[in-house]
Design a protein around this ligand. Structure first.
Ligand code: AMP
Ligand code: ZN
Ligand code: FE
Ligand code: FE
Length: 280
């Protein structure tokens, strides 16, 4: 079975490796096709496509957009989209601007807790316009305030923790609509994150499908076998496409590897053609 990985982050958002290095790891893992799904930015896609052509790996243009849902977040992936679409890129620029409003507020809270850092340092470390909490976590790690990114989230940056500030987020239907308008296929990312029982998740997916959702990320690094089966069931019942990926980030999620997640992830290349066919 040839394998793919449809959920990867690079230095263009909060991953710690540039596209070229992510592609090299994918090549070593025997991956035949992958999607770059950076948060709120498409800048990594051309570089990845170029390296992919050299390595014989198909690179699918992708995106990941966080949306608001019951005080928490619901992440929407987009595949095979026209990543140069002007309207899409205007929306993404708006999301990146909201990050620059929110991040300094979190830095200020960290300062008030006695940690010395500036948003300029965060931006320099990030080296991209899509700046997120993982960048702040990495700076705290570099400065020795925490011993791992996980500790940075557990103590300071996680939802509801001491330095947490919510971000302005679009509604799920808006994120789905932006992806559809750019001819992409919108997919609910890592359904385990929404922490719903099967019936409630089914209802949520029905609502999202009515808003234009076309798929569900059934295969994911941290999904347990029973969860994978549950999400597969939901996909079958609602006629949603099945996707899968590792959500590789490099340093901020050191237990997750390209293509294999925590070791047990297997995403079949058979999932690719239905996804491609659905894009329009
Ligand atoms: P932001 O988009 O700036 O709100 O940051 C959210 C991102 O931080 C998510 O997409 C994850 O990649 C990452 N993240 C969230 N919680 C954790 C955690 N507990 N440990 C490591 N990374 C996390
Ligand atoms: Zn991320
Ligand atoms: Fe996500
Ligand atoms: Fe992700």
């Amino acid at each position: 079975m040839s394998r793919i990985d449809l959920h990867l982050h690079t230095t263009h958002s909060d991953g710690s490796l540039p596209p070229a290095e992510v592609l090299t790891l994918a090549h070593k893992a025997g991956i035949t096709a992958l999607a770059i799904t950076d948060h709120d930015i498409t800048n990594g896609i051309p570089e990845a496509m170029k390296i992919g052509a050299d390595l014989g790996i198909e690179v699918i243009p992708g995106i990941e957009i966080s949306s608001q849902w019951e005080g928490g977040e619901l992440h929407i992936l987009g595949y095979f989209l026209d990543w140069q679409d002007p309207a899409l890129n205007r929306h993404l620029a708006g999301l990146r601007a909201s990050r620059h409003r929110r991040n300094p507020l979190m830095v200020r809270k960290l300062n008030e807790l006695g940690l010395e850092l500036t948003y300029e340092e965060v931006r320099a470390l990030a080296g991209t316009e899509s700046v997120g909490r993982p960048h702040i976590a990495r700076l705290l790690l570099e400065k020795g305030y925490v011993r791992s990114a996980k500790e940075a989230f557990d103590r300071y940056l996680g939802n509801g923790k001491a330095a947490y500030v919510p971000r302005e987020l679009p509604e799920p239907a808006e994120a789905i609509g932006w992806i559809r308008a750019a001819k992409g296929v919108p997919v609910l990312a890592h359904p385990t994150w929404v922490r719903l029982d099967e019936t409630s998740l089914l209802t949520l997916c029905e609502t999202l499908k009515a808003a234009g959702l076309m798929g569900i990320e059934v295969h994911y690094s941290t999904h347990k076998r029973a969860q994978t089966e549950e999400y597969l069931n939901i996909a079958k019942r609602l006629g949603l496409l099945v996707t899968g990926g590792s959500d590789f980030h490099g340093l901020t999620k050191p237990d997750i590897q390209v293509g294999v997640g925590r070791g047990g992830l297997k995403v079949s290349s058979k999932l690719l053609e239905p996804l491609r066919a659905a894009a329009s």
